[in-house]
Design a protein around this ligand. Structure first.
Ligand SMILES: [Zn+2]
Length: 298
């Protein structure tokens, strides 16, 4: 399941760090098999100690420092000849594979988290906008609009997108392309079908596992695919769907919903409270394809 993403991401980073450090250690032990390297290393170490002593006594250490520099140059030259690099080549030099910079998640960790989320959210596709074979000019307009939204995110006016009706190329495809576009920008995306979301809600009721709600509330963009295909569980579906949509609306977090249902059907199935959160034209974009004429408006 998806609930220990942070732990999983840290595990990936730890493994990367270990590989980088093991490589450096391995190179060091290979270098130490070389007699010349060993003697240079010995000389270097004793010089370093000597310099420390002399400088502690506030005496001039210039000559010793010159010697040390020479030895280090010789050592570097020898290592080059042996084709051995003793520096640790971290996967991410910015954070040395710790995943943290100034108390915040490094971009590399965000990418790992997104990769894990992508794998575990059931969105297996790598669809991008470039893969779209569009059937009409209206679809092209819609795709361009959604692409621009992703490119501008998080600086977008509409924090939610409601996409309804039938279209030739598929709403799921469009949403997956959007999610992938955002993931490329290291946006924390969670993509779920309405069916899976509903199961998460009932799991939360059963287990009270707070990480479920944390995930649904903390993702920067929540995609809900195919709203309306899930069964309505009494006291669960509507309550938790409202809670998630409302909390995200209040905290200004983005939601992208696609559905085959038309607005009046949303109202009928989910009621006024959810309808007003989903179809809020002030805070979101509401785009409907009505029947076969595929017009983008409601
Ligand atoms: Zn990093």
């Amino acid at each position: 399941m998806i609930f220990d993403i942070d732990k999983k991401a840290n595990k990936v980073l730890k493994e990367r760090k270990k590989i980088a450090e093991d490589n450096a250690l391995q190179n060091l032990s290979l270098a130490r098999k070389n007699e010349n390297f060993l003697s240079l290393e010995k000389e270097e170490n004793s010089l370093i100690i000597e310099i420390a002593k002399i400088e502690f006594e506030e005496k001039n250490s210039n000559k010793l420092r010159e010697n040390l520099e020479k030895i280090q140059k010789n050592k570097d030259f020898l290592l080059k000849k042996l084709k051995l690099n003793l520096k640790t080549n971290y996967f991410c030099p910015k954070c040395s594979d710790t995943g943290i910079i100034n108390g915040k998640n490094c971009e590399c960790k965000k990418r790992v988290i997104n990769q894990i989320l992508k794998e575990e959210s059931g969105m297996a596709s790598d669809f991008s906008f470039d893969d779209a074979k569009l059937f009409s000019d209206e679809e092209k307009i819609l795709f361009d609009k959604m692409k621009a939204w992703c490119e501008n995110f998080p600086n977008v006016k509409s924090k939610s997108i409601f996409l309804s009706g039938e279209m030739g190329v598929g709403k799921t495809f469009l949403c997956e392309a959007m999610a992938n576009e955002l993931i490329k920008k290291n946006v924390f995306v969670y993509f779920t079908t309405a069916f899976n979301l509903n199961n998460l809600f009932s799991e939360f009721c059963r287990t009270n596992n707070k990480e479920i709600l944390d995930l649904l509330l903390s993702a920067e963009v929540l995609f809900i695919d195919d709203l309306g295909t899930e069964p309505i569980f009494r006291n669960i579906t509507l309550n938790y769907l409202y809670l998630v949509l409302n909390e995200r609306l209040i905290s200004g977090k983005a939601v992208v919903i696609n559905t085959n249902l038309m607005p009046d059907e949303i109202l009928e199935r989910y009621g006024e409270r959810i309808f007003s959160r989903v179809m809020n034209k002030q805070t979101g974009l509401v785009l409907c394809y009505k029947g076969k004429d595929r017009r983008v408006n409601c």
